[in-house]
Design a protein around this ligand. Structure first.
Ligand SMILES: NC(=O)c1ccc[n+]([C@@H]2O[C@H](COP(=O)([O-])OP(=O)(O)OC[C@H]3O[C@@H](n4cnc5c(N)ncnc54)[C@H](OP(=O)(O)O)[C@@H]3O)[C@@H](O)[C@H]2O)c1
Length: 443
C-alpha cells in the first residue's frame, strides 16, 4: 500500500465484522483506533469495526468500542449487509470454518490468524476465496508478528526455494533456551514457561509439535503452491530432550532447537509438487543464525537458488505483535476490496508429502555400552552394515560402562532406524539414550 490519496480524493470506508475480541482481537481494535489517521492518510480508506461477535458480551474488555456493537450472533455478523469484510480471531476449527466459508461465499474478504483452520481445511477455503475473487489473508497464522506469508507469496513467488527451516513455536524455544542457558530440567523449564503464560496448562500442542506441524503445513503450502495438511506432517516433541543432551551438544558446537523443516523433494513442473515437511528437535551448529534465536522468539530461515539465504526474526505470539500482522492484512484486504482486486492463492492441488522413512538427515546418537575390548568395533560394524557413515565419535568410560556419542553423515532415516534396531539387540549395548537429528551443516 504505497499511494497517498490526493487531497480531493474522497475517503472510502470499509466496515469490519470482527469475530473474537480476545488477546489478538482486542489488540487489533486498539491498533485500528490508534492508527486510524495514519491508515486514512496512507490509503484513503477508513477502516471501522462495525460489529463484534464474542462468546460473552458482558465481559469487561479494554477496548474503545460501544457496547451495542457486541453480539454472540457470529453468523449474523458475517451476513450483515453493512459488514464488508470479516476478521476471524476466534480460533479453532468450529465454528470458524463455517463462518469463514460463508463470508467467502458472500464475496466478503476474510483475514484470519487461525493456523488450526488453515492447516486442516485450507483447501476448501483457498478454493472458495479463489472462486469468489476475494482475499483470504492469514499473515498472523504462522510466526505471529513476523511478515512471512506475504514475502513468501509475493516477493519470493518466483524463487526456487530449496528449503525453509524455522523456529516457529515460541513455547518450545523458551523451554530449550532455559535448559541450555541455566541447565534447567525439561520439567522445571516447562513449569516456568507455564507460570509466565508462554505455555498452556495443557502444553501438549506446543511440546509435542502439533502447533509447529500446523504452521509447517501452511508454510509448505504457500512455498510450493500445493496443499499440505497438518496431519501429513511428521512431528516429534521435545519432552525427551535432557539437560545432558544439551550440554553434550554444546560441547560439540551445537544448540538443540525445535525446528520445522520444509523442503522440495522432487516433482513440480506439470506434476504435483513433492515436499518433505517435518518438525522435530535438532542439533543446529552454533554458527547457524537459527542457533542464536533465544527465549520465545521465532525465526524463519529460507534458502533459495537465486536469493541465497534469508532470515526473518521476531515475536511469534502475543496480543500486540500478532495484531500488527493482522492489521497489515486488514489494510491490504480493505484497499483491495475498494479496488475490486485480490491477492490470488489458488485453487491449489495436493502436494505429495514424502514419508519420513524416505528422508535423510545427519544424526546425533548417544549409547551406553559395556566397557570392554572390541565393543566399539562391533558397534561401528552395525553402522557400516546399514550404510550409515560416522562423521565423529567420542567415548567416555564410566566404570563398567562406556558412553559412545556419534554424529553421522547424512543418512536415510530408514537406514538409521535399522541401525538402531540392530544396536538395541546387541547384549553389549545397554541403552540408546538419545537419537536427535542434526540440521544446518549438511555434508
Ligand atoms: N494469542 C496469540 O499470541 C496468537 C498468535 C498467533 C495467532 N493467534 C491466533 O489468533 C486467533 C485468536 O487467538 P486469541 O489468543 O486472541 O484467542 P482468545 O484470547 O482466546 O480470544 C478468542 C475470542 O473469540 C471469542 N470466541 C470464542 N469462541 C467463540 C464462539 N463460539 N462464538 C463467538 N466468539 C467466540 C472469545 O469470546 P470471549 O472474549 O467472550 O471469551 C474471544 O473474544 C487464534 O486462531 C490463534 O491461533 C494467536
Amino acid at each position: 500500500v504505497t499511494t497517498a490519496p490526493a487531497s480531493t480524493t474522497p475517503i472510502e470506508r470499509v466496515t469490519i465484522g470482527l469475530l473474537g475480541c480476545g488477546t489478538v482481537g482486542g489488540a487489533l481494535a486498539g491498533l485500528l483506533h490508534a492508527q486510524r489517521s495514519t491508515i486514512v492518510a496512507r490509503t484513503g480508506v477508513e477502516i471501522v469495526i462495525g460489529r463484534v461477535a464474542v462468546r460473552d458480551p458482558s465481559k469487561v474488555r479494554d477496548v474503545d468500542l460501544p457496547a451495542e456493537v457486541f453480539t454472540t450472533d457470529t453468523m449474523g455478523v458475517v451476513e450483515d449487509p453493512d459488514v464488508d469484510m470479516i476478521v476471524e480471531l476466534i480460533g479453532g476449527v468450529d465454528p470458524a470454518r463455517g463462518l469463514v466459508a460463508r463470508a467467502l461465499d458472500l464475496g466478503k474478504p476474510v483475514v484470519t490468524g487461525n493456523k488450526a483452520l488453515l492447516a486442516s481445511h485450507g483447501e476448501e477455503l483457498y478454493t472458495a476465496a479463489d472462486a469468489a475473487g476475494v482475499d483470504l489473508l492469514f499473515e498472523a497464522a504462522v510466526a505471529g508478528a513476523i511478515p512471512l506469508m506475504r514475502p513468501l507469496r509475493e516477493s519470493l513467488v518466483g524463487e526456487p526455494v530449496s528449503r525453509v527451516m524455522g523456529i516457529i513455536n515460541g513455547t518450545t524455544n523458551y523451554i530449550l533456551t532455559k535448559m541450555s542457558e541455566e541447565g534447567a530440567s525439561y520439567e522445571d523449564a516447562l513449569a516456568e514457561a507455564q507460570q509466565l503464560g508462554y505455555a498452556e496448562e495443557d502444553p501438549t500442542a506446543d511440546v509435542e509439535g502439533y502447533d509447529a506441524a500446523a504452521k509447517a503445513a501452511i508454510i509448505a503450502t504457500i512455498v510450493y503452491g500445493a496443499i499440505v495438511q497438518a496431519d501429513e506432517v511428521y512431528h516429534q516433541g521435545i519432552s525427551d530432550i535432557t539437560a545432558d543432551d544439551i550440554a553434550v551438544a554444546a560441547r560439540l558446537g551445537y544448540a538443540i532447537k525445535a525446528i520445522a523443516v520444509v523442503e522440495a523433494a522432487g516433482g513440480g513442473g506439470d506434476g504435483p509438487a513433492e515436499v518433505a515437511v517435518r518438525v522435530h528437535p535438532a542439533l543446529v551448529p552454533v554458527t547457524h543464525p537459527l542457533a542464536s534465536v533465544r527465549d520465545s522468539f521465532n525465526a524463519v530461515f529460507i534458502e533459495g537458488d537465486a536469493v541465497g539465504e534469508l532470515m526473518f526474526y521476531g515475536r511469534g505470539a502475543g496480543g500486540a505483535p500478532t495484531a500488527s500482522a493482522v492489521l497489515g492484512d486488514v489494510i491490504d484486504a480493505a484497499v483491495n476490496h475498494i479496488n475490486g482486486s485480490s491477492a490470488r492463492i489458488g485453487p491449489l492441488g495436493r502436494a505429495i508429502v514424502r514419508p519420513i522413512d524416505e528422508l535423510s538427515s545427519a544424526y546425533y546418537l548417544s549409547l551406553a555400552v559395556m566397557d570392554r575390548p572390541g565393543v566399539l568395533a562391533r558397534v561401528a560394524d552395525e553402522f557400516g552394515r546399514h550404510a550409515v557413515s560416522i562423521r565423529s565419535m567420542e567415548q567416555h568410560g564410566l566404570g563398567d560402562e562406556a558412553r559412545l556419542i556419534f554424529i553421522t553423515h547424512t543418512s536415510q532415516e530408514s537406514a538409521v532406524q535399522a541401525t538402531l534396531a540392530a544396536l538395541r539387540e546387541l547384549d553389549i549395548v545397554s541403552d540408546v539414550h538419545s537419537v536427535i537429528r542434526v540440521v544446518g551443516d549438511e555434508d
